[in-house]
Design a binder for this molecule. Structure first.
Ligand SMILES: [Mg+2]
Length: 209
């Protein structure tokens, strides 16, 4: 099996952020409205903008502020099967990069080190020793950061849960596993495999290797 450089998104793929953030988003931007119960972990922020009374920028700022809360890091759980899947990749000899749009640091009167908080969370859940590097976005509003970084690092495969982001990787010539995919139309791309569990993520990467 070929050894791959695999970029793994954090929120919605490793970290079950959606189950904490989505209810907060609706409480803030559409109070009283009950979104359909989410059965899965996918964290398609773009897909929520139309349901919420807000703009993409306001939504990103709100999410950014949650992502640097100490309480969020203490509470949020890994996505089911993530540790086992990442362990499997590690045993197969792949190089693993956690590649996230989370902000590196945020200035809220004092600078929060999101890198530190995120790294501690990965350590607490036994994921940190398995990955080569944790890469966060210096500019949360730069939405092409991940695709640029994936090219810069020469990553072979990306595991991603936001369909728009996934398509940017495909257009840049990368292989992509679209995690938690409920939009079957994306399966038409030969370089993109949809996976609905971490077991399927591992199986998809075995096909790419
Ligand atoms: Mg994500």
């Amino acid at each position: 099996m070929e050894r791959l450089a695999i970029g793994i998104d954090l929120d919605g793929v490793i970290c079950d952020s959606a189950s904490l953030i989505i209810p907060k988003l609706f409480a803030r931007f559409r109070p009283g409205y009950q979104p359909a119960k989410k059965e899965r972990f996918g964290f398609d922020l773009g897909g929520h903008v139309s349901e919420l009374n807000t703009t993409q920028e306001e939504l990103l700022t709100f999410v950014e502020n949650i992502l640097i809360e100490v309480e969020f890091h203490q509470t949020v759980k890994p996505v089911e099967g993530a540790l086992e899947g990442i362990q499997k990749f590690y045993e197969q000899g792949h190089r693993l990069y956690v590649l996230s749009n989370r902000p590196e640091t945020v200035d809220l009167g004092k600078r929060f080190d999101a890198q530190d908080l995120t790294f501690s969370w990965l350590k607490r859940h036994q994921i940190a020793p398995l990955v080569t590097s944790l890469i966060l976005n210096p500019d949360h509003f730069d939405r092409d950061f991940k695709v640029r970084k994936a090219c810069e690092l020469g990553l072979d495969v990306l595991v991603e849960d936001e369909p728009d982001e996934a398509m940017k990787f495909v257009e840049a010539g990368k292989k992509v596993v679209l995690f938690d995919c409920q939009r079957k139309q994306y399966s038409v791309h030969q370089d993109l495999i949809c996976a609905n569990s971490w077991k399927e993520v591992v199986a998809a990467c075995e096909m790419f290797a």
